[in-house]
Design a protein around this ligand. Structure first.
Ligand code: SF4
Ligand code: F3S
Length: 103
């Protein structure tokens, strides 16, 4: 599962699609955690898609991650600023790849 303490335990190494990326990042195998308020561990996400289908405000968009061992697309929390903290995505992700920090 995603580490809910990732902000303390990882370093912000850059930005992609307007959201922070928390390392370590070594493409294509290691892609880190993407997003901060809504965070997706790209190394755990296997492209189930439930988060995209269920988010009431369309926070997530697919991005291509060719040659990643789990899946070649990932759910980017592109519009994390629109999140209403309903926690649905956290509940439906089958591999607990998502952390939402209401606050
Ligand atoms: Fe969307 Fe709710 Fe998840 Fe926020 S907590 S990203 S609003 S499903
Ligand atoms: Fe990935 Fe979980 Fe969404 S596997 S696509 S973060 S439901």
């Amino acid at each position: 599962a995603i580490d809910p303490q990732f902000e303390a335990n990882r370093e912000k190494v850059g930005e992609e699609n307007g959201v922070a990326v928390w390392g370590p990042v070594e493409p294509p195998e290691k892609l880190g955690i993407h997003g901060t308020h809504v965070a997706v561990d790209f190394d755990i996400c296997l492209a189930d898609g439930a988060c995209l289908e269920d988010c009431p405000v369309d926070v997530f968009t697919w991005v291509d991650t060719p040659d990643h061992p789990e899946s070649d697309i990932k759910a980017e929390p592109t519009h994390e600023d629109q999140c209403i903290d309903c926690m649905l995505c956290v509940d439906v992700c089958p591999v607990d790849a998502i952390d939402v920090d209401p606050g």
